[in-house]
Design a protein around this ligand. Structure first.
Ligand code: PGA
Length: 249
């Protein structure tokens, strides 16, 4: 089943609210292909302005993280309802930088995912293996464990709202994109796991994104792989001109 290609930007810790508004104005001025689902994961402080600037456009604004609790004494954290109230429509969960620098575990990510699914937020679950894991040939095992643990308790119908981003840690911010063959075969493995776990009808509705140094030069060959439904782009999403090229690949 062909899905509308998803082009998602992850701004990480870049751009103020003002810069976000200017970026979206610049993107609006471009002529963009319409058969695209365009997502921008912006810093918390830019969500409100970005969502206002994106009103009436096909761009969805989202967050890069959230806490699983409804509310509470969690200094420095943000809840799903706060994100929704700010205009976020989706949230990245389990990005490898969260796992690596902030020690997020699969079980913490699973609690966030269930919370997001209990609200109108669309979760984008990020998974990926490190270089030593890939070199040892352990990547399948690692990815399947991430899927099993992060998606524990998710029902088939709810899974249809999910997006999953496969981002090999060795490809993020390194300029070293996975080859279309490696990305394609890993996506196929993930899709097969999803088919078994959620059944054909639900699993086919889940968009699988590839992330890790995606650039205008590499996007078309990645998107040509049958199980790659979209991309999650960090560095190359920061400039609206480059992001336009990615959207219009
Ligand atoms: P990159 O980041 O495109 O800069 O490698 C991707 C990501 O972290 O989502």
């Amino acid at each position: 089943m062909a899905k509308i290609p998803v082009i998602a930007g992850n701004w990480k810790m870049y751009k103020s609210a003002e810069e976000a508004a200017l970026y979206i104005a610049a993107l609006k001025a471009e002529s963009l292909k319409t058969e695209r689902r365009i997502l921008l994961a912006v810093p918390f402080t830019a969500i409100d302005r970005a969502a206002q600037a994106a009103r009436g456009t096909p761009f969805s604004i989202g967050a890069q993280n959230m806490h699983d609790a409804i509310e509470g004494a969690f200094t420095g954290e943000i809840s799903a309802s706060m994100l929704l109230a700010s205009g976020a429509e989706f949230v990245l969960l389990g990005h490898s930088e969260r796992r690596q620098h902030f020690l997020e575990t699969n079980s913490f990510i699973q609690r966030k995912l269930l919370r997001a699914l209990s609200t109108p937020l669309t979760p984008i679950l990020c998974i990926g293996e490190t270089l030593p894991e890939r070199e040892r040939g352990d990547h399948e095992k690692v990815l399947i464990l991430q899927l099993e643990e992060c998606l524990q308790g998710v029902e088939n119908k709810a899974a249809e709202r999910l997006l999953i981003a496969y981002e090999p840690v060795w490809a993020i911010g390194t300029g070293k994109t996975a080859t279309p063959e490696i990305a394609g075969e890993t996506h196929q493995m993930i899709r097969n796991w999803l088919l078994k776990r959620f059944g054909k009808e639900s699993a086919q509705k889940i968009s699988l994104l590839y992330g890790g140094s995606v650039k205008p030069e590499s996007i078309a060959s990645l998107m040509a792989e049958p199980d790659i439904d979209g991309v999650l782009v960090g560095g190359a999403s920061l400039d609206p001109k480059v992001f336009t090229q990615l959207i219009n690949y």
